[in-house]
Write a protein that binds this ligand. Structure first.
Ligand SMILES: [Zn+2]
Length: 398
């Protein structure tokens, strides 16, 4: 086992509420002039540089800030093809209703395994280059037994956070046979996909003819739970609907989008804040020119929130968490500290993970370095590529 001590950390954001000597004013557990020792891919020591223990190797980051790596808890990276024309049409006023997903399904089915693998690898590398160290990846552009299972097999080569989303939309060949498609998703397709998935998700959206109703979503989630999968829900994206109620009732780890919420929905989420996280995906509202979710209202009510990219070919082909953070502060009235916490600790919670999102002894050494002296520059210097995942040379990190 090789250990490395990272020194010259101008500002270390740990998110660790219990760290001795840290500034806890914004719940960021900040230390200046800090050092971190990493051994075997895990955090072995955190503290002031002057007290750092010896290690096999030493790497000076030159006064830069170091933060916990971003946890992108919602993405759809397994797809082929391009929908830039759909984006251009939307910018001239065409409304998004989920119909364009079929375009990506056709291109994904036509791609070879190697082509898909290369595309996913490129997108994961793009995320890492912008500071993301954990990514959840959904299927959902195969929508056949074989294509959903291979999407998840390929996703599992890149992350342990894989999500079966056979219930993304009803594919065109089942348009007049919806109940048969739900039977497939909860039967043969689930059996083929469950071995490669940790989670199941459903696009529960009564405002899209292509997505799933309250009753259909309940059947899908219940079957997934019976197969041993954790639950996630796409809900309340295009209008008011049953997504949040269903997610809370079934104990889902996350309900994602939460753009249109009633007062009752907010109360439900607040009461379930230990169990169910509201994951906000403002890149989608940006890319579909829609109103942003009311993050301030959720935080003030005591709801657990996360921020993620929703990187996908239709409604947000951006893999950038720094972009999401900038939107959350500029457009959704979060403070920089609240936004950073939501994209690290919050999104880790939505994946029911405690070993990521916080720089703490024993946790994974998932560190992101900023070409800046403080985490505030992530927001202050919006659009400038200052964040990148730190490579753990010689310490077996990944
Ligand atoms: Zn999504």
């Amino acid at each position: 086992m090789t250990s490395t001590v990272f020194t010259g950390i101008g500002e270390l954001v740990t998110n660790d509420a219990l760290l001795d000597g840290a500034d806890h004013s914004e719940h960021l557990g900040r230390l200046s002039d800090a050092a971190v020792v990493v051994a075997d891919g895990l955090i072995a020591w955190v503290g002031p540089a002057s007290q750092a223990p010896p290690a096999d190797e030493r790497q000076d980051v030159g006064g830069r800030a170091v933060i916990p790596g971003f946890v992108d808890s919602h993405s759809h990276l397994v797809f082929a093809g391009d929908r830039s024309q759909e984006f251009a049409a939307r910018m001239t006023g065409v409304r998004y209703d989920g119909g364009g997903i079929a375009t990506s399904v056709n291109a994904t089915r036509a791609a070879s395994d190697d082509q898909l693998r290369t595309l996913v690898a490129g997108r994961v590398a793009e995320m890492r280059a912008q500071g993301t160290t954990t990514v959840e990846i959904k299927s959902g552009y195969g929508l056949s037994v074989e294509d959903e299972a291979r999407s998840l097999r390929i996703a599992a080569e890149f992350t342990s956070e894989t999500t079966y989303l056979g219930a993304h939309v009803v594919p065109p060949e089942f348009a007049n046979r919806r109940s048969e498609y739900v039977d497939l998703v909860t039967g043969e397709m689930l059996s083929a996909c469950a071995p490669h998935a940790r989670w199941i998700d459903v696009f529960c959206e009564p405002h899209s003819a292509h997505a799933f109703t309250d009753d259909e979503a309940r059947v899908v989630l219940s079957a997934g739970r019976d197969a041993g999968l954790g639950l996630r829900v796409h809900g309340n994206q295009l209008g008011h609907g049953p997504g949040v109620r269903l997610a809370v009732e079934l104990g889902a780890a996350s309900v994602d989008h939460c753009t249109f919420l009633t007062a009752e929905d907010v109360e439900r989420l607040a009461a379930a804040s230990d169990t169910t996280v509201a994951t906000l995906l403002p890149g989608v509202e940006f890319s579909t020119r829609s109103p942003y979710p009311d993050a301030r209202r959720l935080l003030d009510a005591g709801v657990s929130i996360a921020l993620a990219s929703d990187c996908n070919p239709g409604t947000c082909y951006s893999s950038s968490i720094p972009f999401v953070l900038a939107l959350a502060v500029r457009e959704m009235s979060l403070t920089p500290a609240e936004a950073l916490l939501a994209a690290t600790v919050g999104s880790a919670k939505s994946l029911r993970r405690k070993d990521i999102g916080v720089i703490h002894v024993g946790n994974r050494a998932d560190l992101t370095v900023l070409d800046a002296p403080s985490y505030l520059h992530l927001f202050y210097r919006a659009g400038v590529p200052i964040a990148r995942a730190l490579d753990l040379v010689g310490s077996h990190g990944r």
